[in-house]
Design a protein around this ligand. Sequence first.
Ligand code: AMP
Length: 468
Amino acid sequence: MRSEPSAVVAARVPKKPRTEAVKRQQKRRHRFGELGVPEVLVEQLAAEGIESPFPIQQATIPDALAGRDVLGRGQTGSGKTLAYGLPTVMRISEGDKSRSAHPAAVILAPTRELAMQVHDVLRPLAQAMGRSVVLVAGGMSYTPQLRALERGVDIVVATPGRLIDLMERGSAQLDEVRVVVLDEADEMSDLGFMPEVTRILDEIPSQAQHLLFSATLDNQVDELVRRYLHDPVEHGVDSAQASVTTMRHELIAVTARERPGVIAQTVNRPGRTIVFVRTQMDADDAASRLRGVGILAGALHGGLPQGLRARVLHAFREGKISVLVATDVAARGIDVDDVSLVLQADPPHDAKDYLHRAGRTARAGEDGLVISLVLPRQRRRMARITRDAGVDSRPRPMHEGEQLAELTGGTKPEGAAITEEQYRGIVSPPRPPRRRGGGGRRHYQGGGKGRHQGRGHYDRDRARKPKD
Ligand code: AMP
């Protein structure tokens, strides 16, 4: 089981008087059963080692179960999937089971990776209550999604682009939705999905319960809240500041010549590391340079075929590769535990990106280290970004060697180069058995229909062409 996040939960609306008894009760560790979660789900959670609700769950579940609209501020890692997932499953399981073929709940997530994770968390819980879930996301075959919708499904976990697609085909009908969840609403707005999101929300009956989760409340998200949520209760893990304080932040001043050596030594360490770079090409270059010095590193960016991206992520999650070199957009929604170091090889665009990147470590209250490399010409910009992000750290010079080893546990790489072939062997699926009459290898698993295949339709392109 994981440790509980240390973040403080602040319930802002409505304000209840905090008597001593209430305060004492709030300090006590709760159990899910006390929040109204039925035994069958409590057991299901306990089997996963999940016994005491995290603060955001403790705060939001009772209100969501009472049918209130909820505005939850919390980043990936705070436990928000169960915070909205449990009430969603429970609310749609109320009443008799005879149901219409149209879905009763819709959960929207910005990326396919996040949608897949949400789907994987909710499916066993829904099944325990006799309800069904389908994943509706781009870059995947249409057939199972269409079949599930045709048969009738209770919960749809979707990325906006594909859901609109299926709505336009008449396959997804949202007229009976009773609960709608927006997960990472701020990221959906960053990725240019807002028009799709409002289009979907406009199709859903306005009296449906709306649960909106977001790390930040910027203008666009605020607009959604005003337009669609009725008298929402707001609960927040004060994510930005809280996670910033459970992490250690270090800025390292490097010259362009030192930079590659410092990157290699920093990531040559036990534990999982995510390295952030600016462009897809930088990600490929840095990952292959690291493999060249014997470090198991993989690039993750939108220029890669969908199937390969999923396999790289899987290999990282399984610990088969220890370093992921990613672009900002590709890294969104990555939900991998135990990332102990985030290395910003290139500076983030702004404070918001700094926090998103940093949020890949120190998840669920664990410790994490965030290192940012700063070239002389980047000093001023970095100073502004860290100030805006609430990080109090100044660049200090650090060269390969002792100091760096002390900070990260990293040592100068001395292993043999990992060849392309070896790397492909690690991230490729095993060859299927040869079938008569062909039986070729199938590397690319994404795609489905023609227009979804191909490269480079995800990253920034995706922001402009949100239809996955
Ligand atoms: P999330 O923010 O929903 O992505 O959750 C982050 C991580 O915390 C996931 O690995 C969850 O399995 C885990 N988690 C969520 N809630 C709890 C809990 N109450 N107790 C222990 N682990 C949890």
